[in-house]
Design a protein around this ligand. Structure first.
Ligand SMILES: [Zn+2]
Ligand SMILES: [Zn+2]
Length: 240
């Protein structure tokens, strides 16, 4: 088995090398050849300041004020960076719509940077990560779930297991990005369902790419709390 694994790895490396030769990667920002984001440009990405990312007010709590906490069922939100004013928003869009899967490691490194800055490592280490699921139909259209790619990367960094079967998206919804706030709330209502959990599972971390109104995270958290999970933390790359 090991031999097969190694052979596959070699072939994959050769393929990647060939692709790199044919289509060399360029830094999104400065166009320097080699990586999608060179280290100099990565270091310049501004990290998010703590506030309630749902109602944009100041709060002592982590990423969500008590009023929004109560309404949304999310206990804390950790976001790496603002969506506008830097290249992170553009990177998230490319990950989602241009299928640049190589961006997932860079984006998760950004989340890691925020976690390290605010000493939040114990909050996420060894926890269960749940990527916001796509509806089956959307998954087939896109070919991958960007939140799952992010969760897998974060899982490696923080020794977390990724659970992608517990939470299911049962409604095929219009894309949230194109809707107004009220439409988003209506669009995503009852979109998720959670399966039964083992008794000792009390806390999970939801992983998403962008937090805007929080309606998707909120509906997902609601479904998870309905089956008995007590604490839901959300982790995302950008806040809108
Ligand atoms: Zn650069
Ligand atoms: Zn709030």
């Amino acid at each position: 088995m090991q031999y097969i694994g190694r052979t596959k790895g070699r072939l994959f490396e050769c393929w990647e090398f060939l692709l790199d030769c044919l289509f060399p990667k360029h830094c999104f920002v400065c166009q320097k050849e080699g990586e999608y984001v060179c280290s100099a440009c990565f270091d310049k990405i501004e990290l998010a300041q703590n506030k309630c990312y749902l109602c944009q007010t100041e709060t002592e709590e982590l990423g969500i004020c008590p009023a929004c906490q109560n309404e949304s069922k999310i206990d804390s939100i950790i976001v790496a960076t603002p969506y506008t004013g830097n290249i992170a928003g553009q990177m998230v869009e490319s990950l989602k719509y241009n299928y640049v899967e190589d961006l997932a490691p860079i984006l998760s490194r950004l989340i890691e940077k925020r976690i390290e800055r605010d000493k939040l490592k114990t909050l996420v280490t060894n926890k269960l990560l749940i990527p916001i699921p796509l509806h089956k139909k959307r998954f087939l259209e896109r070919g991958f779930n960007q939140s799952e790619l992010l969760a897998e990367e974060l899982g490696q960094r923080f020794h977390c297991q990724v659970e992608n079967k517990l939470l299911k998206r049962i409604r095929y919804t219009a894309q949230q990005a194109k809707l107004t706030r009220t439409e988003r709330l209506e669009n995503i209502k009852e979109a998720f369902i959670a399966g039964s959990i083992s008794q000792n599972l009390e806390e999970v971390i939801l992983v998403d790419d962008v937090v805007t109104t929080g309606s998707t995270l909120s509906e997902a958290a609601k479904a998870l709390k309905q089956v008995g999970i007590k604490k839901v933390i959300a982790v995302a790359v950008c806040h809108g």
